[in-house]
Design a protein around this ligand. Structure first.
Ligand SMILES: Nc1ncnc2c1ncn2[C@@H]1O[C@H](COP(=O)(O)OP(=O)(O)OP(=O)(O)O)[C@@H](O)[C@H]1O
Length: 314
């Protein structure tokens, strides 16, 4: 490998991400390279500041080396930076869900080589607003309820699945579920009332370490895929969850609905909790809006923007 990068690259690494130790060899390889600056996050939230600073210091490409949480922070920094700079990704997390949709190599050295020569695509970014906060997601924002679930599930399952835990829990024994009134507004259409257990706002296709929560999402179509899991009987929910977990397409389950929109507003009683790329963010009323093709991102050779719906009609 050449000892000189032709671009000015800043690599932001999270030493606390799930598989960061796998990046050690990569760091040894990169250390002598001119044109590459290695920055390390010292605490949660640092990725955003480091990305903004890297752009201000002249970076022509910023690499996020970590999991989905680290990518999320770097994306916020890049979107808010003074210039729009492309993003490269070295997946060193636990779930690495965005990397799955983008077909990125799991080996850090291979991921680095791809960053230098790979195709860049302009991907949509999800802007997430609440009355008090502004976030972004490049992969998925998942919403779900806790309440009864807190009593029924182990803390291990809850922390791994977060707002998606209802779907996971439906496979086990759960008490009768309460229905939750949710108002959803798509673009400028009239608001709709639904009894939803999970609401997934997706740009990428998987969450919770490879679960296909939005199997048809296209990261560059200028639209959000909104997947709603409606309230139903335990049997119905178990059916949807089984399809989801065996990686069948759960979109044609009777409880699951797919909508597409540029903007989605969600208000719910009791409050629904949402995460952004896996990090829990808020239970406030929330507005999601797509920023079409807002960020150039290096993708793998096998990346496909459009997924054919092979289940249609089945
Ligand atoms: N030095 C640090 N010490 C502790 N936490 C950190 C540090 N730097 C970053 N973090 C936080 O670690 C969290 C998790 O990191 P990250 O998402 O990279 O890995 P992961 O959770 O293992 O992967 P994934 O999200 O793909 O499952 C992020 O929310 C980030 O803010």
């Amino acid at each position: 490998m050449s000892n000189e990068a032709t671009l000015k690259i800043s690599l932001i690494m999270n030493p606390a991400s799930g598989t960061s130790e796998q990046g050690a060899l990569l760091l040894e390889t990169l250390a002598p390279m001119s044109g590459v600056t290695i920055l390390t996050t010292d605490a949660a939230g640092e990725g955003e500041r480091l990305a903004r600073q890297a752009v201000a210091d002249g970076a022509e490409l910023v690499v996020a080396a970590g999991g989905d949480g680290t990518i999320n922070e770097v994306v916020k920094g890049l979107i808010e930076a003074e210039r729009r700079v492309p993003l490269g990704i070295i997946p060193l997390g636990t779930g690495n869900d965005l990397a799955r949709t983008l077909a990125l190599p799991t080996d850090p050295l291979e991921a680095w080589k791809l960053i230098l020569v790979g195709e860049r695509r302009k991907l949509d970014v999800i802007e997430i607003r609440t009355p008090r906060e502004l976030h972004y997601a490049l992969n998925v924002s998942a919403g779900g309820f806790s309440g009864q679930l807190n009593e029924a599930m182990s803390s291990e399952v809850k922390s791994a699945w977060g707002p998606l835990a209802y779907l996971r829990g439906a496979l086990g024994v759960l008490p009768d579920l309460t229905s939750y009134r949710t108002t959803i507004q798509y673009d400028d259409q009239a608001p709709e009332q639904v009894d939803a257990l999970n609401i997934i706002i997706a740009n990428g296709r998987t969450a919770a370490a490879g679960v296909q929560v939005a199997p048809l999402a296209n990261p560059e179509d200028g639209l959000l895929d909104v997947v709603i899991v409606h309230y139903g009987s335990i049997m119905q929910l178990a059916g949807a969850a089984a399809r989801l977990l065996v990686n069948g397409n759960y979109l044609n389950s009777e409880l699951v609905e797919l909508r597409r929109a540029k903007k989605v507003q969600v208000i719910s009683d009791p409050e629904i909790w949402f995460n952004a790329d896996g990090e829990l963010i808020t239970n406030e009323p929330i507005v999601f809006e797509v920023l079409p093709q807002a960020l150039e991102v290096v993708v793998g050779a096998e990346y496909q923007a459009v997924i054919e719906d092979v289940t249609t009609g089945s």
